[in-house]
Design a protein. Structure first.
Length: 389
């Protein structure tokens, strides 16, 4: 029979074409639009698999409604909330079934079966600021406000509990919770202002410190942590700038740097379930604050540049923005989908961006190496070598 190296060449070419096709298909960017009659929307969170997004849709007069979006049903509101409540959604559970939000009737947690249940503040406090939701939607963390604010943890059985009472430290802010609801991160009082911490029932509160140059006239804070609670994402401030970080027990606090430009700074807001991907914002130049993605292999990368490299046409978009409370990028649990907002044709707009697996690049590199090897072996032969057997 005949064994043709031309067959290998065909496989080589197919490998490259397949990798390129995979890259083209995998990278995507979708504008979410608005609820009917509204002017703009702001995406706030995304489910673990990247299929469900929640946020708020706002009318020209400023009326606010919560939205849930997926690629099948598009954008819809939560119709079972009290009418005229001015509600908005902040977080969504891993499977997309439970929503955390605020309304004119108070802070709430909602699902199709139980409807909306309010989350009450601590005794003698007037209101709560919701911050995060566990993967199964059973546990909520945030800040209860009164004469002084205190971090709280909430579940259906125990209600709202003071995290300060559990740690012996008061005036805490809680911003993130682990997948199982057992570990909390946030900021605690410190001589310089605030200091990032991680808390669990067994170890209590662990202060994470600061990046070099921080702590004096600055401070630090933690916004999110990985599913198992081992990786914390946040920021550390010096007198002149802020820098995003990732922390774990083995490596301590590691800074991400910045995107460069006239106003270099960064803040990490969210992290994937395995702790390998972090998203945040970085101020660069006159375009404003940009969304970044960080991982160990590639470091900090500008999301806009990544989308452009993947062939996405961003005509009409101005992705720079000035972040406000509850306006931040978020990443799915698998680390592949980023949601956020920018400006489309001059109006604020939400988006979902899907970034391909790094393995695509590895596959492409393998294909190029294979072709290079075949080309080298056949250089000068003038024909495809044929072996007989």
């Amino acid at each position: 029979m005949r064994r043709l190296q031309g067959g290998v060449a065909t496989i080589c070419a197919a490998t490259i074409v397949g990798a390129l096709a995979s890259e083209a298909i995998a990278v995507s960017f979708t504008r979410l639009g608005v609820l009917e009659g509204d002017a703009y929307s702001v995406a706030a969170d995304v489910s673990a698999d990247g299929t469900t997004v929640v946020g708020r849709s706002v009318s020209a007069s400023g009326d606010v409604r919560p939205f849930i979006w997926d690629s099948v049903d598009g954008m819809r509101t939560i119709s079972t909330l009290p009418a005229g409540s001015g509600s908005y959604a902040l977080r969504v559970s891993a499977d997309g079934s439970t929503v955390l939000g605020h309304g004119g009737f108070g802070a709430f947690i909602w699902d199709e079966v139980g409807g909306a249940r309010t989350i009450d503040p601590l005794p003698l406090h007037s209101q709560v600021d919701l911050r995060d939701l566990s993967a199964d939607g059973s546990t909520v963390v945030g800040r209860s406000r009164g004469v002084e604010h205190r971090a709280f943890i909430w579940d259906e059985v125990n209600g709202t509990r003071d995290l300060g009472d559990l740690t012996g430290d008061y005036s805490l802010s809680a911003y993130g919770v682990s997948a199982d609801g057992s570990t909390v991160v946030g900021s605690a009082p410190a001589p310089a202002g605030q200091e990032a911490y991680v808390w669990d029932p067994a170890g209590g509160i662990l202060r994470l410190g600061f990046l070099p140059g921080g702590g004096a006239g600055g401070g630090s804070g933690a916004f999110a942590l990985s599913g198992d609670g081992s990786v914390v994402a946040g920021y550390s401030v010096t007198p002149t700038t802020a820098e995003g970080f990732a922390w774990d027990a083995a490596n301590g606090m590691r800074g991400f740097g910045d995107l460069g430009g006239a106003w270099p700074q960064s803040i990490a807001f969210d992290v994937s379930d395995d702790g390998s991907v972090v998203v945040g914002t970085g101020a660069g130049d006159e375009a404003g604050t940009q969304t970044f993605i960080w991982d160990e292999e590639n470091g900090m990368r500008d999301l806009v540049a990544m989308l452009a490299a993947g062939g996405i046409d961003l005509s009409g978009w101005q992705m720079g923005f000035v972040p406000r409370d509850h306006e931040r990028p978020s990443v799915s649990g698998d680390g592949r989908t980023v949601v956020g907002f920018g400006f489309y044709q001059g109006q604020r707009a939400s988006y979902v961006a899907f970034i391909p697996e790094p393995s695509t690049a590895v596959l492409l590199g393998f294909g190029l190496a294979l072709c290079s090897g075949i080309s080298g072996r056949n250089a000068g032969a003038g024909r495809i070598a044929v072996s007989r057997g």
